[in-house]
Design a protein around this ligand. Sequence first.
Ligand SMILES: Nc1ncnc2c1ncn2[C@@H]1O[C@H](COP(=O)(O)OP(=O)(O)O)[C@@H](O)[C@H]1O
Ligand SMILES: [Mg+2]
Length: 307
Amino acid sequence: MNTIIQVEGLRKIYGETIAVDNISFEVHEGEIFGMVGPNGAGKTTTIECLEGLRKPDQGMIRVLGLDPQQDGHALKECTGMQLQESNLPARMRVWEALDLYASFYPKTANWKKLLVQLGLEEKRNTPFSKLSGGQKQRLFIALALLPEPQLVFLDELTTGLDPQARHTIWDLVRDVRARGKTVVLTTHFMEEAERLCDRIVILDHGNIVALDTPEALVRKLGVEERIVFTVEGTLPPDFEKAISGETWLEIQGDRVTIHGKNSRKVPLVSEVVNLLSVKGIRFHDLRTEQPNLEDVFLSLTGREMRE
Ligand SMILES: Nc1ncnc2c1ncn2[C@@H]1O[C@H](COP(=O)(O)OP(=O)(O)O)[C@@H](O)[C@H]1O
Ligand SMILES: [Mg+2]
């Protein structure tokens, strides 16, 4: 496993604000690495230090073996960047933007092909200001991919997009990985991180609160799963005791929620369904709710992501 990015003891302070507080992590070749956390967590500051756009106060950073502060030029030639606050002149047409950006690099991908890949071919003559949010984001991804970079940085690439546009962008990012490239992205959508990233670092107030694969984070914490159903009549009083392991029951009218750890031998749902039928209890609308990264964040920080 090749290390593409190495960060040790990175710290960045703005006046009184410690934006990034002594964090260390590595990014491996060929992975989609996500930096996740609420607004103000320090994601943009971190990614911009990696890109060489901000100067750290402390710490060591190597990106593709280069120091972003010393070797900024060399680094820009082998990385692609999409910034959180990107913009282009309103009247610049899609093809003009690509043509202009292509002139910045000694060697670039064929931008006509990129247009097709990103579904922007029909928009090639459209001015920037006439593009939809999703089309603008796709254009910025195209610009980031133009230098055929080994490494692509994407900061909040789907913020403000509708669900359909978001899915299209996720597919694009997966395509980038499939071509052997490494992707570092930030998002404040836990679902996005969970669906898209191979490994994620969860940041909060400039600190790393967790770093692993999404699956391992959920598993390691042993976050509970929930079985929810409506019951006809009432549950017998001994029902809760009949379920093995550590569980607790919540009853609201005819709605029952059973909470249990998700690291069990027999899945909680099979046990509950079995017990309901053995006891002849009629129920409807049974579903399971699996723990997700949102739950992980809550259990690590005691707060919701979006407050
Ligand atoms: N240029 C700046 N000057 C002063 N404070 C900043 C600047 N950029 C970011 N901050 C502060 O640093 C913290 C982290 O911000 P940022 O890295 O943008 O977080 P995120 O991208 O996770 O939302 C926030 O408290 C933010 O207000
Ligand atoms: Mg940001």
